[in-house]
Design a protein around this ligand. Structure first.
Ligand code: COA
Length: 259
């Protein structure tokens, strides 16, 4: 059904793989539309609790936008195409379920932007992440100038956007750009293990916790606190809250149902 991505589910985990190996998994406009369709499938499937996003092969997560296509981009299409990417990547960010980017090899340009739209990021040893657009005479257009400073701070983001130089996995970890660095051969296993932990937690608490932390990036402390309190109250109305607290008090394992 898809040409440029693979979409499969394994229990509560969905794995979305960008697969254009002869182009280092560069994301063209058609791939963006396929990602959007796969996200619709994720949203519709109540069994999927975590999304893993990765790239096919060992060389790249995603080595950027498709530069052949970029060659044709002009003033008008530049605006339309970047807005569309921003919309689809924001759809990933705003999913009710958490997402994990599993990054091996190059994550450049739109690749890093895609990874930054995910809730968490795992990097394989040797991975390289960067916003090289400046070297092509352009600037990032799928969230790079906005999500990067939110993750690593303005100074570090400035350096990456203005020099275009990538950072390696260890530096990315030190900067807070990735959550963990793992051996390349176990990247997907580690992502699946982390997904299993997330899937084992009460569904609504994970959903509300994610929504509350995302608010941090958007508004004032007062607004964030008000929203946190509202979502906390919602979580207090869940069956899993009653079960979680009762299990602790009764010294037994909780049996969460996702309600
Ligand atoms: N768009 C389209 N094709 C791409 C691509 C991209 N972003 N990145 C790599 N490719 C293609 C190359 O053109 C090459 O195709 P070919 O074999 O038909 O010539 C193939 O993928 C392999 O890439 P190559 O450059 O030979 O591999 P490498 O190991 O020497 O270098 C990179 C890997 C990722 C460092 C290098 O390909 C690169 O710099 N890519 C562009 C990154 C970029 O600027 N992205 C931001 C775009 S906005």
């Amino acid at each position: 059904m898809f040409q440029n991505i693979l979409y499969e589910t394994d229990g509560p985990t969905a794995v979305l793989t960008v697969s254009r190996p002869d182009k280092m998994n560069a994301v063209d406009n058609a791939t963006v539309e396929e990602l959007d369709q796969a996200l619709a499938a994720v949203e519709k499937d109540p069994n999927v609790r975590v999304l893993i996003l990765t790239g096919a092969g060992d060389k790249a997560f995603v080595a950027g936008a498709d530069i052949k296509e970029l060659n044709r981009r002009d003033l008008i299409s530049g605006r339309a195409e970047t807005r569309r990417r921003q919309e689809v990547y924001t759809r990933i960010e705003q999913l009710e379920i958490p997402s994990i980017a599993a990054v091996k090899g190059w994550a450049l340009g739109t690749g890093l932007e895609l990874a930054m739209a995910c809730t968490l990021r795992l990097a394989a040893e040797g991975a390289k992440l960067g916003q090289p657009e400046v070297k092509l005479g352009i600037i990032p257009g799928a969230g790079g100038t906005q999500r990067l400073p939110r993750l690593v701070g303005m100074g570090r983001a400035m350096e990456m956007v203005l020099t275009g130089e990538p950072v390696d996995a260890v530096r990315a970890y030190e900067m807070g750009l990735v959550n963990r660095v793992v051996p390349a051969e176990s990247l997907l296993d580690e992502a699946k293990k982390l997904a299993a932990v997330l899937a084992s937690r009460p569904k609504l608490a994970v959903q509300y916790g994610k929504e509350a932390v995302l608010r941090f990036a958007e508004g004032s402390l007062a607004e964030g606190l008000a929203h946190e309190s509202y979502l906390h109250a919602l979580s207090c109305g869940s069956e899993d809250k009653r079960e979680g607290v009762a299990a602790f008090l009764e010294k037994r394992k909780p049996n969460f149902t996702g309600k």
